[in-house]
Write a new protein. Structure first.
Length: 162
């Protein structure tokens, strides 16, 4: 009986570690961000049913985890991306990647681990020329844990080892 109890504790400890993320909370970067007035964010629970709510427009998007507990409006920004395809097409690609063993491990892990709590937030953008710049600015402001590519000064600082 004691061995079964210890095994359960080890399983819980492993499960706990699976859900630990490093979040960068850097107010200087938040204050430096200049929000374009044209961005109008919407969000949808990431599921097959949600795809029909996403427009056939190009834009910028983010994955957020929303626990939905204690009536707090708590959210954890995990990933920022852009698409020069339509947002709906990109959403569908993520649905397929979530079920694939050939996708990006970091993205698959995020989408599978937090299923039912992941929200796809998006903002249509009229000119695709500004997409890369918008994405870089948002990544530099938030430094989402699931983004592997960090642009500019944030990318350089993240590579500094002491």
């Amino acid at each position: 009986m004691a061995a079964a109890k210890r095994a359960k504790q080890y399983d819980l400890a492993d499960d706990y570690k699976l859900h630990c993320q490093t979040l960068v909370m850097w107010p200087v970067q938040w204050q430096a961000y200049k929000h374009p007035a044209s961005l109008r964010w919407r969000d949808v629970l990431f599921s097959e049913a949600g795809q029909t709510k996403v427009p056939y427009k190009r834009g910028i998007y983010a994955f957020l985890i929303k626990p939905g507990i204690a009536r707090l409006n708590a959210r954890y920004l995990m990933y920022i991306g852009k698409t020069d395809r339509t947002l709906r097409t990109r959403y569908g690609e993520y649905l397929a990647e979530k079920e694939s063993d050939r996708g990006r491990p970091q993205v698959i892990k995020l989408l599978q681990r937090y299923e039912g709590f992941i929200h796809f937030c998006y903002a249509p953008v009229k000119t695709t020329a500004s997409l890369s710049k918008l994405e870089d600015q948002l990544i530099e402001a938030f430094v989402p844990p699931a983004n592997n590519r960090l642009p500019g000064k944030i990318g350089r600082l993240s590579k500094a080892r002491f």
